[in-house]
Design a protein around this ligand. Structure first.
Ligand SMILES: [Zn+2]
Length: 343
């Protein structure tokens, strides 16, 4: 997978579907994933491919690999394919070998012995949002269709809960897509995103994806990880700007508000000069471009998305050229222990 990094996302997804998905789903109709360790290995392949395709690092969230590409997590896809095969077997004529095998599985399950149907019921119940299923549900083709729809719902609900609950998804939550005609489109939770094809320059596209999915290298994210074995985790309020500002170095501060670095101010004013006239109600926004809502307004507007992605890349490059400011642990440990003891 070393060459995945340079492939455009749309072609990368086609490549994945044609060349990788068949390996990951091979035999899933009769070999149900009852062993968590084994299905995790398949998921690791899927995660690795998608992370490289989108230009994300190993700390990136997993759910966004799917909300941005429209793919289904492999454990759900394998279960859906297994249910499709079960429906086929249940629908066959009584003299068909597949139906004979299906009847035998039903008989085994009734006797409490292990069987394909028992494994499917077990795997459905083990999903993060369980799908309850009985032998009767697995015996009627129409009910099997319902089970398959419930598996998809389980996956979407699981992804929705993560997006709504994670502080790192704050830019994706309630995002509004504006298409090239200026029309606001209904948001879909899991779909292939237009920005992956609209932003033609790979380095700009990758910077944009990192930015909206909290996969960037700004202080608020960089200091979240506890890879530094000999340094305690840095509280959010101490992940401050590397240019000496008192504000937390998050996406809004870096792009809209940081005034401490002249090259950054120049890039920002050039960017605003380009896009302000293209923004709806731009007269209103002229004096409010340092507001969080301004970034939310321009971030998913497909008419200006190439300019936004280029600006984000430039901001990222400026910050990357300077070391992140790591506060000495004595600063925040003292304060935290004092507040804990009521001093
Ligand atoms: Zn700053």
């Amino acid at each position: 997978m070393t060459g995945v990094h340079g492939i455009p996302p749309k072609e990368g997804i086609q490549l994945y579907t044609a060349r990788i998905d068949p390996h990951l789903t091979f035999g899933c109709e009769i070999a149900i994933d009852v062993d968590e360790a084994l299905v995790s290995k398949l998921e690791a392949v899927q995660h690795s491919f998608l992370r490289r395709l989108l230009g994300l690092n190993s700390h990136s969230m997993l759910v966004i690999l799917f909300t941005e590409t429209g793919l289904v997590l492999i454990r759900y896809r394998r279960l859906q394919l297994a249910l499709s095969y079960l429906k086929y077997a249940a629908s066959c004529s009584k003299d068909h070998l597949a139906f004979a095998a299906f009847s035998h599985c039903c008989s085994l399950h009734r006797k409490g012995a292990s069987s394909l149907i028992g494994d499917i019921i077990f795997a459905l119940a083990r999903l993060p949002i369980p799908v309850n299923c009985t032998l009767a549900d697995c015996s009627v083709p129409e009910r099997i269709d319902d089970m398959s729809a419930k598996v998809l719902q389980s996956w979407e609900s699981s992804a929705m809960m993560f997006i709504q609950g994670s502080v790192r998804c704050h830019l994706l939550r309630n995002r509004i897509r504006v298409d090239p005609k200026g029309l606001v489109s209904p948001k879909a939770l899991i779909t292939f995103r237009n920005y992956l094809t609209l932003i033609p320059t790979p380095k700009h596209r990758r910077a944009f994806v990192r930015f909206i999915t909290s996969g960037h290298r700004l202080g608020v994210e960089l200091l979240r990880h506890t890879d530094r074995r000999y340094r305690p985790p840095v509280p959010r309020e101490w992940r401050k700007c590397r240019f000496g500002c008192e504000e937390i170095k998050d996406e809004f501060h870096a792009t809209l508000r940081c005034q401490a670095h002249p090259p950054l101010r120049i890039q920002r004013s050039l960017f605003l000069r380009h896009i302000l006239s293209l923004v709806p109600d731009h007269k209103v926004w002229e004096t409010r471009t340092d507001h969080d809502d301004f970034l939310r307004l321009v971030l998913f507007d497909e008419r200006i998305i190439t300019l936004v992605a280029k600006f984000i890349y430039e901001v990222e490059s400026i910050f990357d050229s300077h070391r992140v400011w790591v506060p000495p642990p004595r600063l925040y440990i003292q304060i935290h222990s004092s507040s804990n003891t009521g001093m």
